[in-house]
Design a protein around this ligand. Structure first.
Ligand code: ALA
Length: 385
């Protein structure tokens, strides 16, 4: 199969990741840090090494404030549900995923939290590389704004928000407002520096651009961001304390950690670091090629600009997006995603809320030959419908 669904989960896993997961299951089935035996200590050391590597990769303030979660959704929920109190206001963008929209709407009903949504004009997504920037945020800040949460890269079409511009200006002008970034699609593809970008909470899907496996997310916090835990329980520390510890990472990490996924992430991160420049060069080139070819194809409309996260969204004027994806899978053995991608506001902004979009999401390991096969298939689908 030609796998072009890397925005859902990375299809290419480095050899070291493929090797290490069964090794951990075979030889290291011990609960990291909970016991004093050798295997538990080795697991604990691996967890620590991965925390350190994430800290270095994203320039986090400390390894303790690197929290392992089961996915990016859990990291985003921790930020939203753990920070916003009755009467607080938040600013988000139309690029947000349901993992932001649903908890926020829940808080709107439960706690009277309010929020405003930055929605650029449709044209901005076709003319500007980063259609969401600080000037859009600034106009929506109110005296009760507690959080600005922005998706770095849209999972629908790869559009970007200028999180550097937002972070540094927000910190300067509104130092009491916290800044969270959804890095689900950008982590591992675009440079993110937590300290330099003044990010208070970075939420990551470690099974996408970071080379890890599913069941693997992370939350990186600044020194001034202390969300309440979503889950409380055993931390392997301070057992006679009947309350959740308030020190990190224990405050936000209860229960047994996913050691196979954490060790896989260590290997995935090493690979991501080593291949970062290749990816940064390859994905814009590949997306540009695909967008340019689709734009010259009668009957197809593209919704992306060339980007470094590898996403190209398009529609076929005469065939519903889900049908295109089904034909690509059934008849050409090509995997893409179609429909609404759990991001309803982005589809409204792009005026694609009736049928959604076909999304091709590339990895740097995909090839131009695979892209040619896709283009040929799309042309045949258009011709026969
Ligand atoms: N949010 C993931 C995607 O965009 C699953 O496909």
């Amino acid at each position: 199969m030609i796998y072009f669904d890397n925005a859902a989960t990375g299809g290419f896993k480095p050899y070291s990741v493929q090797e290490v997961v069964p090794t951990v299951i075979k030889h290291l089935c011990a609960n990291p840090t909970r016991s004093s035996h050798r295997l538990s200590a080795v697991g604990g050391e691996m967890v620590f090494k991965t925390r350190m590597l994430l800290k270095e990769f994203f320039n986090a303030p400390s390894a303790e404030r690197v929290i392992f979660t089961k996915n990016c959704t859990e990291a985003l929920n921790t930020v939203i549900l753990g920070l916003l109190k009755k009467g607080d206001h938040a600013v988000i963008s139309c690029m947000e995923h349901n993992s932001v929209l649903r908890p926020l709407n829940h808080l709107k009903a439960e706690r009277g939290v309010t929020f405003d949504v930055i929605t650029p004009k449709k044209e901005a997504f076709f003319t500007q590389k980063a259609p969401i920037s600080y000037k859009d945020v600034r106009g929506l800040i109110k005296p009760d704004t507690r959080l600005v949460l922005i998706n770095h890269a849209s999972n629908v079409n790869g559009a970007l928000a200028d999180v550097y511009d937002i972070g540094i200006n927000l910190r300067q002008e509104f130092p009491n407002v916290l800044f969270a970034v959804d890095g689900a699609q950008s982590g591992g593809h675009l440079p993110i520096d937590v300290k330099k970008f003044c990010i208070d909470a970075l939420c990551l899907a470690c099974h996408k651009g970071l080379g890890g496996i599913m069941g693997s997310g992370a939350l990186i916090l600044s020194d001034r961001c202390d969300p309440a835990p979503l889950t409380m329980g055993g931390t392997g520390s301070d057992s006679f304390n009947l309350h959740q510890p308030d020190y990190y990472p224990d405050r936000l990490e209860s229960g047994t950690l996913n050691l196979p996924a954490i060790v896989a992430l260590y290997e995935g991160l090493l690979h991501t670091q080593a291949s970062f420049d290749f990816s940064a060069h390859q994905l814009p080139k590949m997306t540009e090629h695909l967008i340019s070819a689709l734009s010259q194809t009668d009957g197809a409309t593209t919704y992306s600009l060339p980007n470094a996260v590898g996403i190209v969204a398009f529609s076929v004027n005469t065939v519903p997006s889900q049908t295109v994806a089904q034909i690509l899978s059934d008849e050409y053995d090509i995997a893409v995603r179609a429909g609404f991608h759990c991001a309803p506001l982005m589809h409204r902004a792009l005026h694609t809320h009736e049928d959604g979009l076909v999304r091709v999401s590339l990895s740097p390991q995909n090839t131009f030959k695979e892209i040619s096969t896709l283009l040929k298939a799309v042309k045949e689908i258009i011709k026969s419908n």
